[in-house]
Design a protein. Structure first.
Length: 252
């Protein structure tokens, strides 16, 4: 079973393909919690749950009842076809952590369908869940936005930084890039050294940084510091266009 939290057609809001029309499938569950991001979401029972900006796709206990259970690749194909989109529209698999479901035969079949029809498929991943490229070669044809978590996520280093896993993805996949979320205060107190130390462990791929924030106000407050940092290091700056345009609204 694949837990599908939501699907929506929008423009990609961050990373290398910012602005590209994309159909998003948000899959449920994550191997992390990232309470350090300090976002609060109201659960189905009215309680307030602390986590990242997609805690509603992470916390199965408090939000899982609203997730749809996908038991056949055809259901995903029918969702795609119901949108009547341009034939090779970009597909983004996000979460939670979508690679938690990488071994699910229905996800593999859906990916094979997408790649055979020339869709660009991007996984938005934390880079800490292994992919079996030998068993499922279709994963080699996907793009990976490797959002390796930093200490500002609140997660332990051993859990969030796994060079063996992210280097295997960099080596095997057609296209990858790192995508770090940083804020002004963090940059003043060691986040840049953290990023450098992760990159020392990593095989070569492009580095993108974007401002931390679950709201437009927060993103704007961190923007200039992240731009300055990217200019100093030669990294690509990525905005968070969806938050800047739609603020805290979901499914846009
Ligand atoms: S890894 Fe990503 S989806 Fe998972 S809890 Fe952290 S920020 Fe949220």
């Amino acid at each position: 079973m694949i837990p599908l939290v939501e699907h929506f057609y929008s423009i990609q809001g961050e990373g290398r393909y910012t602005g590209v029309p994309s159909l998003f499938f948000r899959l449920g569950g994550c191997n992390m919690r990232c309470e350090g991001f300090g976002c609060v979401e109201v659960a189905l029972d009215g309680s307030e749950i602390l986590g990242c900006d997609t805690v509603y796709a992470v916390d199965k206990k408090n939000f899982g009842k609203s997730w749809q259970s996908i038991t056949d690749a055809q259901e995903l194909i029918e969702i795609l076809q119901s949108y009547k989109l341009p034939s090779d529209v970009d597909i983004v698999l996000t979460g939670g952590e979508p690679l938690l479901h990488a071994n699910n035969p229905n996800l593999v079949a859906f990916l094979e369908f997408l790649i055979s029809r020339h869709h660009r498929v991007t996984f938005e991943t934390n880079g800490a869940v292994a992919v079996d490229f030998e068993k499922f070669p279709v994963y080699k044809s996907c793009v990976y936005a490797l959002s390796v978590k930093l200490s500002n996520s609140g997660e332990a280093y051993e859990k969030r930084v796994n060079p063996e896993i992210f280097n295997a993805i960099i080596d095997e996949a057609d296209e990858t890039f790192f995508k770090f979320t940083v804020d002004e205060q963090g940059l003043q107190t060691g986040l840049s050294q953290e990023i450098e130390s992760i990159l020392l462990l990593a095989h070569k791929t492009e580095v993108t940084c974007m401002p931390k924030g679950g709201s437009k106000e927060e993103v704007e407050a961190n923007t200039n510091a992240v731009i300055d940092y990217c200019k100093a290091k030669g990294y690509r700056y990525s905005d968070r266009l969806h938050i800047r345009i739609w603020d805290q609204n979901k499914g846009v």
